[in-house]
Design a protein around this ligand. Structure first.
Ligand code: ADP
Length: 245
């Protein structure tokens, strides 16, 4: 049987009485790449905010790796293995690509101080293989400021992976990218999905088609439906609330 990495039960989040999330249930297996779509205001960002501990549930529980995250701070949740990439790249523009990655790798070495974890870290994320994965080997010594927007997104995804998270949360990674850059980011996420659990929030339906195996549609703070792209696209309720927007 497959292992559940994330399970969310009856989650509600209210802001001054307005329910941004309303009795939401969600389950995801380890190693899954899940795409979450939904119209503006559906609750996608709030959903990620709750998983990372930025926002506390009003009701319900979030279980990650079998542990209830309720009493944990944002920082503790990050340490416990949830990594988040925000929509806008947050790389250090005055450092090179390599220096940006080094920074995260070295920071993590200090955090994970046992010998075993150090070795594991080095095995999995040697700088060279990370550069290769994100397709930036040839630009390793280039200042990040000189990268295209798509390359910056890939660099930041690399920085996220370097933290060895068990679950990657990726928020609209292709907003504002060219078609070619979008495809590159898609291929990167597909490659990472072979060894990581990933949740991607996305608006761009072409991109969703490229990467999605299983899609969850949020609407008015709850799950409208789940399924593969075919099922989603042919679901009349989805067409009504989302695709027909
Ligand atoms: P999405 O990311 O799907 O566009 P959000 O999670 O950002 O949706 O927002 C869901 C709803 O909750 C929206 O109606 C939004 O206005 C509201 N909302 C989100 N954050 C707050 C907040 N801090 N205070 C009040 N309302 C909020």
């Amino acid at each position: 049987m497959n292992e559940t990495i994330l399970e969310i039960d009856n989650l509600s989040v209210s802001f001054d009485g307005f329910k941004a999330l309303n009795n939401l249930n969600f389950k995801m297996e380890k190693g899954e790449l899940r795409v979450i779509i939904g119209p503006n205001g559906a609750g996608k960002t709030t959903f990620l905010d709750v998983i990372t501990g930025k926002t506390q549930p009003t009701e319900g529980n979030v279980y990650f790796k079998g542990k209830n995250l309720k009493k944990m701070s944002e920082h503790q949740i990050a340490r416990f293995g949830v990594g988040r990439k925000f929509q806008t790249p947050r790389v250090y523009l005055n450092l090179t690509v390599k220096e940006n990655l080094d920074l995260v790798i070295n920071r993590n070495k200090n955090v994970f101080s046992t010998l075993f974890q150090k070795a594991n870290q080095q095995d999995r994320h040697s700088l060279a293989s990370l550069l290769e994965t994100i397709g930036l080997t040839a630009k390793a010594n280039l200042q990040a400021a000189l990268l295209s927007h798509g390359e910056k997104q890939r660099l930041e995804i690399g920085m996220l992976v370097a933290q060895s998270p068990d679950l990657l949360l990726v928020d609209e990674p292709v907003a504002g990218l060219t078609d070619e850059e979008t495809e590159n980011v898609g291929n990167l996420l597909l490659a990472l999905a072979q060894s990581h659990s990933i949740i991607v929030i996305e608006h761009d339906m072409e991109f969703v088609r490229q990467i999605a195996r299983r899609v969850t549609v949020l609407h008015q703070g709850t799950v409208l439906c789940e399924g593969n792209m075919n099922e989603i696209q042919n679901n009349p309720r989805v067409i009504e609330v989302y695709l027909g927007e």
